[in-house]
Design a binder for this molecule. Structure first.
Ligand code: VJV
Ligand code: CA
Ligand code: ZN
Length: 397
């Protein structure tokens, strides 16, 4: 292939380490790191890699990880193995009762697997590298599809996330940027990032997600959770949440996204943006319940890119690997400005072609088929936009 020419007037960098892709959470676990292999395969088959600076990312160091995480938690992650778990950490054994020591979030969602620490430090290293490319002005858009693990807490793994690479990357950006806007289109609430920056006005967090306190993970992120209630706290009004119901479609989502993100950028005037592109908000996702197509999901990236503000793009959820790969490859093409140039027929050859057999060899299969009825009437979406605009009026500076 001839490849695609570099974008004019700006630089895009791609940060990845193929070692990440080799890790397994366990056979039946929905999180599949090899979706990154599929993504890369599409990106390279189209020749998109020739239009970017591609960096082999390094593992984050312990010093870098403890900029957010608690040291005893990092010690635990770096020393625990499936073999020593039961002997060294007996209180983490299934069924253990009565122990009130550290728990660290280990369980079915966040299992201890072989190479866990290597996996964590590699995806975190890629996000930190990507953030540094932006602060050093060597890159205008930096991409790390292996990152975006928004649920991890200071001393606790949660929802398939162990290290919060997004928080670590934002901490890097904050060394040079006065204000960072974080936008999260994963179907789940970006609770870990929200919590980490709950008390500062230098990061505005905005998550779009399915919200049901009782039945949908993590159960946080209602419309009225906008930051510390005490008004002297600088973080007041600097967390925004867009709680949604099942089945939202491209047209509704795009309208809502632009109606909310536009005013956020105009009011907050961020000097850098981090966009978490969790692909579990697509239709036909194994865990999600929205009806977005690849184009609808991608239009969020196009819209954010159009503001020409230094942009860090990370992955996140996404549990139907072939569609995750389609979405992230399409979004890579948007970042390099080549989306209009791609032939929507996937240029794939064996052995990868068979992964895409279900919907056929197209980049844009219809995913909106009504597995979930759209339970987001226009009146509901309008009330969200009104509430968010109201919340933005409290924000000054
Ligand atoms: O809903 C939950 C928590 C439970 C307890 C643990 N069981 C396994 C599931 C119910 C209450 N967890 C969610 C976590 C979703 C994480 C999303 C992460 C992201 O996309 O936002 C960012 C990367 C959940 N939903 C579905 C599952 N867990 C699930 C976990 C499994 C599984 C099937 C479903 C773990 C192991 C296996 N199957 C074998
Ligand atoms: Ca979200
Ligand atoms: Zn998710």
């Amino acid at each position: 292939r001839n490849g695609i020419s570099r974008p004019k007037g700006y630089t895009v960098s791609w940060h990845a380490n193929p070692e990440v892709e080799k890790h397994h959470f366990g056979m039946a676990h929905p999180m599949k790191p090899w979706r990154l292999t599929l993504t890369k395969e599409i990106v390279m088959a189209y020749g998109m890699h020739t239009a970017m600076d591609t960096h082999l990312s390094r593992a984050a160091t312990v010093e870098e990880l403890v900029e957010f995480h608690k040291e005893d938690y990092i010690d635990f992650l770096s020393s625990v193995t499936p073999q020593n778990l039961a002997t060294n950490y007996p209180w983490l054994k299934p069924g253990a009762v009565g122990y009130s020591g550290p728990f660290f979030g280990v369980g079915e969602d966040c299992p201890i697997f072989d190479g866990l620490f290597e996996y964590c430090s590699l995806y975190a290293g890629a996000s930190i590298d990507a953030a540094r490319k932006l602060t050093s002005h060597q890159s205008d858009i930096a991409i790390n599809w292996s990152g975006g693990l928004h649920h991890a807490k200071k001393a606790e793994a949660s929802g398939f996330c162990y290290i919060n690479d997004i928080v670590l990357a934002i901490l890097q950006l904050l060394r040079h940027h006065p204000r960072v806007l974080y936008i999260d289109i994963d179907v789940h609430h970006g609770d870990g990032v929200e919590q980490a920056f709950w008390s500062t006005d230098r990061v505005l967090t905005l998550s779009f997600h399915k919200y049901d306190k009782e039945t949908f993970f993590p159960g946080t992120g209602p419309l009225d959770d906008t930051g510390p209630t005490h008004p002297d706290n600088p973080g007041a009004h600097h967390s925004l949440n867009v709680p949604l119901n099942d089945g939202i479609d491209d047209v509704s989502y795009q309208w809502l996204f632009e109606s909310v993100v536009g005013p956020c950028i105009d009011t907050y005037r961020p000097t850098a943006i981090v966009l978490q592109c969790g692909a579990d908000s697509l239709g036909h996702d194994r865990l999600g319940c929205f009806n977005l197509n690849i184009q609808g999901h991608g239009s969020c990236v196009s819209y954010v890119k159009s503001f020409k503000i230094p942009l860090l793009v990370v992955g996140g959820g996404g549990y139907t690997p072939r569609n995750v790969a389609r979405a992230w490859a399409h979004e890579t093409s948007i970042c390099i400005g080549a989306d209009k140039d791609l032939d929507p027929t996937l240029p794939l050859h064996t052995p990868f072609r068979h992964h895409f057999a279900e919907e056929g060899p197209t980049l844009f299969p219809p995913l909106h088929a009504t597995r979930f009825e759209n339970k987001n009437p226009r009146t509901y979406l309008e009330s969200i936009v009104t509430a968010i605009r109201e919340q933005l009026r409290y924000m000054h500076g």
